[in-house]
Design a protein around this ligand. Structure first.
Ligand code: CA
Length: 505
């Protein structure tokens, strides 16, 4: 089979993307000759596109030509006007509910039953929550000692993770939107991977009190340490060591069990996307997602600015009007949030996205949505909310990798699948991250950071179903603890950047 030199997605598309760099003068199809060197992943015009006429990819208007575009031209981000975003007040709901989904190759996995209820754990971790950044220095010293002196005694415990963050004091704690970071930290403190063991460290004078972080019944001397009540540094560290020792002993008794996929909750996000993301990595993730949903699992996808331009497609997949209305409300909230900062969704794409051939946010969004597969959307969540349903969930978080990650963790994901085109060594401490790249070159450059390569989809060496099935099995193996992803193996842990749309004082 001859490797393709360009990828055209829909019949009505008037552009295609270059699989490898296309040299000026190359005839890519009958009658279409490249008028410039077209960089890898960038767009070539398949016909003349007069000024103000639409540039179409994915069957969708990416934008309108600022000047006349000739057949064979390289189309870059400077050549398009952005279309107006879709109106969220007039969307149709539940008109595209797909029931034919691919069967999963397996229907069970090995996980830890969660004593708090909800999805099962994928790892066995002592999580130590904090109310405020002020305690971080002391806690980090104690955690270093715990890892050296205590963790080796408890071989069934995977790790000790402090939930350090920038919230807690100097914040407008009563502002309406303070509910977002508060909900995130409350839900993180009871993550499924923490095995029912709550451990909390507070300072004593902060605005975000232990009472706001914890349920009343959980506030006991067995669970909570307040540093201002201790007599100096040694007393603080000793108290932390003593509490951790007791909790680790309990966690060490946990065992994995064979569980149905309905006990699994995973998240999907992308970062450092390129124009291949939407044809290789994200559709493969969507295929794996459809298999998981068919098997009863729950899959969450997010990133508001990266679905905003295709939100009508998601509305059609919402199971009913109630879910669709929540989707519209979340989009409006985010439109306003961006407007307050005097920007709109066009502030999302990065220099790397553009270098990777993504002309604007519309093109990025159409690729981003592909990771949700075709399943119906059963629930829409505000950032850091926990799902109440099983199946495909949309959680309306920021797209920023390091903010989306903690939001999805707060929602209870036990694993995250991360699609990238340009490459990022991103990882999370609380749950393993599997990285999927969009191009063969990315895998060749970072063979020991990328877990799954979706590049062969572009070169015609594999199908979306092939890579999707491979990814599904990787998810099951990593979630079950039979395998570690590269980010987990090397302990690549980004900070927990908690989304705080409320003012700082
Ligand atoms: Ca992202």
């Amino acid at each position: 089979m001859k490797a393709p030199i360009f990828v055209k997605i829909k019949d009505e598309d008037n552009v295609a993307i270059a699989v490898h760099e296309i040299k000026k003068g190359t005839e890519i199809m009958e009658g279409v000759t490249a008028r410039h060197d077209i960089p890898q992943a960038h767009k070539i015009a398949l016909c003349d596109i007069p000024k103000d006429q639409p540039v179409i990819r994915y069957g969708v208007v990416l934008g309108y030509a600022i000047e006349d575009i000739k057949q064979g031209d390289w189309i870059n981000e400077f050549m398009l006007h952005l279309p107006t975003p879709p109106d969220v007040d007039n969307m149709t709901f539940a008109t595209n509910l797909v029931t034919e989904l691919p069967d999963p190759p397996v229907t069970t996995w090995e996980g830890y039953v969660n004593p708090w209820g909800g999805p099962a754990g994928t790892r066995n971790i002592l999580g130590i929550s904090t109310t405020v950044q002020c305690v971080t220095g002391v806690l980090n010293v104690a955690v270093d000692r715990m890892k050296k002196e205590l963790l080796p005694k408890y071989p069934n415990v995977d790790d000790i993770v402090p939930i350090n963050h920038a919230y807690g004091c100097g914040v407008a704690i009563n502002a309406p939107e303070a509910k977002v970071p508060i909900r995130a930290l409350r839900n993180l403190s009871k993550h499924p991977n923490f095995g029912g063991q709550l451990m909390v460290v507070g300072l004593g004078c902060e605005k975000f009190t232990v009472e706001m972080l914890c349920e009343e019944a959980d506030i006991t001397p067995e669970n909570v340490i307040i540093l201002q009540e201790k007599k100096g540094f040694d007393d603080m560290v000793n108290a932390l060591m003593e509490m951790a020792d007791k909790k680790l002993a309990i966690l060490n008794e946990r065992k994995r069990q064979t569980l149905p996929l309905s006990d699994l909750l995973i998240g999907m996000q992308c970062g450092g996307s390129d124009a291949f993301s939407g044809v290789t990595a994200n559709p493969s993730a969507g295929y794996a997602s459809d298999m998981l949903v068919k098997g009863g699992a729950t899959v969450m996808f997010s990133e508001v600015t990266e679905v905003r331009d295709g939100v009508y497609l998601l509305a059609e997949r919402c199971v009913n009007e109630e879910v669709g209305k929540k989707l519209a409300a979340e989009m409006k909230w985010y439109d306003n949030y961006l407007a307050e900062g005097e920007v709109d969704r066009s502030a999302n794409p990065t220099p790397g996205n553009k270098k990777g051939g993504l002309a604007n946010i519309v093109e990025k969004a159409m690729g981003s949505i592909a990771k949700s597969g075709t399943s119906p959307i059963v629930e829409v969540l505000s950032p850091a909310e926990k799902p109440s349903k099983k199946g495909l969930i949309y959680a309306a978080t920021p797209a920023s990798d390091i903010v989306c990650g903690p939001c999805q963790l707060a929602s209870g994901i036990g694993l995250q699948v991360f699609m990238t085109g340009r490459g990022t060594p991103y990882g999370l401490a609380i749950a393993p991250v599997i990285k999927v790249c969009s191009r063969n070159e990315m895998k060749e450059q970072w063979p020991d950071l990328i877990d799954i390569n979706a590049g062969p989809v572009a070169t015609g060496e594999a199908t979306i179903a092939d890579i999707g099935t491979q990814l599904f099995m990787e998810i099951i193996d990593v979630a079950s603890g039979r395998k570690k992803s590269f980010a987990e193996k090397y302990k690549l842990h980004n900070d927990l950047c908690i989304f705080n749309p409320a003012p700082i004082t």
